[in-house]
Every structure is written in C-alpha cells, then in structure tokens.
Design a protein around this ligand. Structure first.
Ligand code: F1P
Length: 346
C-alpha cells in the first residue's frame, strides 16, 4: 500500500520525498529506540511523532529538547535512531545534539525544509519536507509538513514491523489524501476566528489544553501566540491542569481547548466542566457536528472530522489563525516578531 508513498506524496502543494527513508528502512524496523531532537515548533512536531510512532510502529520514542540533550550525558547506543527535525536546518542546538548522538554511533535521520542545510548535511539519511520557504519567522506550514513526514514514517515502519493492520493502513492512506481539502476548509474559518481575536486581543494570558494527539497541538498553539502577539500563553495536557494551572482560571482567563471527537473526548468534556466551574472563558476547537461541547463553550471553532492519528494536521490550523489575527489586531509584525531569528545559529 505504501509503495507509492515511499516515493512521493503530493500534499497541499508540498512534495514529501520519502526516498531517503527507504535506504534506512531496515534500521528503523530493528531500532530499539527512537530519540527525537529538535527545538521550538519542530520539537512539537517531534511530540506528535512520539504518539504516532509508538501507536503505529510500537517502537519506544523519546523526545528531547536539543538544547538540553546536547549538554547532558545521554545514554545512546548504536541501535538507537536519532531523528533531528528542523525547518531551517541551521539550528545550532539541534545540530550539536545530532553530532553528539552520531559520535556515540547512533544513526541520524533528518527532517529539514531547507535543502543542503547544515543539519541535512550532517545526517545519515533524511526526508525533506519541501514546504517551500517560510516567509515569517514563526513556523506554520513547516509544522504541518513535518507532521506529515513523521506520519508517513510511522506508517511505513508500522507496516514493515506488522504493528498496523492492512485495514487501518488503507484507512489512513485514504484519509491522508483527504487532508489537503480538510486543511483548506479549516483555513476558511478565517473570518470567524478574526471575530474571536477581537474579543481577546487585549488579554494578558491564555491557556491552551489538549489531550493525546492534541496535546502537542496545545503547546504549539500557545507558542504561536507568544511568538507573534507577545501574549503570555501556556500549553498543557488537559489532565495536568488540576496539578497547578487550575489556580490561574477565573473569569478573565481564556482557555483554548482542542476537543475533537477522539478517544479522549469524554475526558476533555470533564476538563471543560472544570474550567467552566471556575468561570474560565472557553474557546473550543471541536469536530463538525458536535453538540455537547458547543453547549458549554463561549466560542466554538468547528474543524472537519478526521482520523485521530491525523488530527494535528487539521486542529493546528485554527490556532495558527487565532495567533495571526490577535497579532495583527495588536499591531505586531507577524512576519518579523521582535527578538526572534529565523535560524537560531548560536
Ligand atoms: C526552531 C525554532 C522555530 C521557531 C523560530 C525559532 O527552528 O524554534 O520553531 O518558530 O523560528 O526557531 P528550526 O530548527 O525548526 O528551524
């Protein structure tokens, strides 16, 4: 099934070349562990990959901030595969982390957007995302392209290891081809999201909550808001809320809950109830047709239904739009945010 994908998959104009994977397929199949190193948004894509690879390929995954990994004394063996993810391919911490792993014998697989970049050159193999140039500093389409490559990777390894059924695989392949249309549909939420942005453009704090595959999406939503609108935002796994952040919730706190219909839906409903009981202002990202959560939220953003495994590709879009509109309304330069560099090379 995946033969065509091991070549090229056209997705939203991006060609995801998986040819680099083919030469190292067997290594991935036999890997004892996969370690992912990255920074910022790319690290969030890595977190999505932890769910994907453990779910579909049943290989243990560790996701490491490259900036920490490089300075500790990590245990790495020749049976480890290290995946370095970087949009620019120039991030100094990610490069140093992969070089450290390489010196200990690990195989390094890169996922970069910029062809011929330093990280791409330092890897043993890799897959380019070919998402095109990111005009702004903050990564957006690079994130969805990275997650797509990582999804394909998890599916390919899962197929080879026999950890994913043919039925499931076929279902995912079909749905992957529907994703561009669903992303386009999510982009059409623009005007609606602009209205929500109007309401919240002057607040000092935001909380983002999600579970499962939507947990990294919550982190990414919060990061995008911080990066381009300079509003303090925190992303949390929804169930962790009661271990601290719940103290922050009152009638002034906007809480974005990514609450699509998936296996953790019921639990997210009870997290929303907890926020509501403290008068938090709920902005819920839900699956089209949901009626339960919309009845509880102040604002509702409906995204098209998709497979749980693929949901970050769709659910991240409204969060990117929300950050964009809030930043514009606050008069911020969305392409060149203060203090941020496109490539963090030191
Ligand atoms: C990592 C990153 C981006 C962020 C900003 C600063 O870059 O943290 O995620 O949006 O551009 O750098 P990269 O390693 O993915 O190029």
């Amino acid at each position: 099934i995946l033969d065509s994908m091991r070549g090229r998959l056209e997705l939203g104009g991006s060609h995801l070349n998986m040819a680099g994977f083919r030469a190292y397929e067997q290594k991935f199949v036999n890997a004892q562990r996969i370690i992912i190193v990255a920074c910022g948004t790319s690290w969030h894509a890595g977190l999505v990959a932890e769910y994907l690879i453990e779910d579909l390929a049943r290989i243990p995954v560790e996701v490491e901030y490259a900036s920490e990994f490089r300075y500790r004394n990590p245990v790495i063996s020749e049976r480890d595969i290290v995946i370095a993810i970087s949009q620019s391919g120039e991030t100094a911490d990610t490069l140093a982390a992969l070089e450290l792993a390489k010196s200990k014998g690990a195989t390094i697989f890169g996922i970069c957007n910029v062809v011929g970049s330093s990280i791409a050159r330092a890897t043993d193999a890799g897959a380019y995302t070919h998402a095109g140039p990111e005009i702004g500093v903050a990564s957006t389409k690079a994130f969805t392209a990275q997650v797509t490559v990582l999804t394909l990777l998890a599916m390919c390894i899962g197929q080879r290891r026999g950890t994913i059924t043919d039925v499931k695989l076929r279902e995912l392949v079909t749905e992957l081809h529907n994703i561009p249309t669903k992303v386009e549909k999510a982009l059409k939420l623009d005007a609606e999201i602009q209205q929500i942005a109007e309401t919240f453009k002057d607040v000092p704090n935001f909380l983002y909550l999600g579970r499962g595959y939507n947990f990294p999406v919550a982190l990414e939503g919060a990061l995008k808001l911080k990066e381009i609108s300079y509003i303090h935002a925190e992303g949390y796994p929804a169930a962790e809320m009661k271990h601290g952040p719940i103290a922050l919730i009152d009638e002034n706190m906007p809480v974005v809950v990514i609450a699509t219909k998936d296996s953790s839906y019921e639990k997210v409903v009870s997290n929303i109830q907890e926020v509501k009981a403290r008068k938090g202002r709920i902005i819920a990202v839900v699956t089209e047709g949901d009626t339960t959560i919309p009845a509880m939220a102040e604002f509702v953003i409906e995204v098209p239904p998709t497979s749980e495994v693929l949901v970050p590709l769709v659910s991240v879009i409204p969060l990117q739009l929300l950050s964009y509109h809030i930043a514009v309304l606050r008069g911020c330069n969305v392409d060149q945010p203060r203090n941020l560099a496109k490539s963090v090379t030191v």
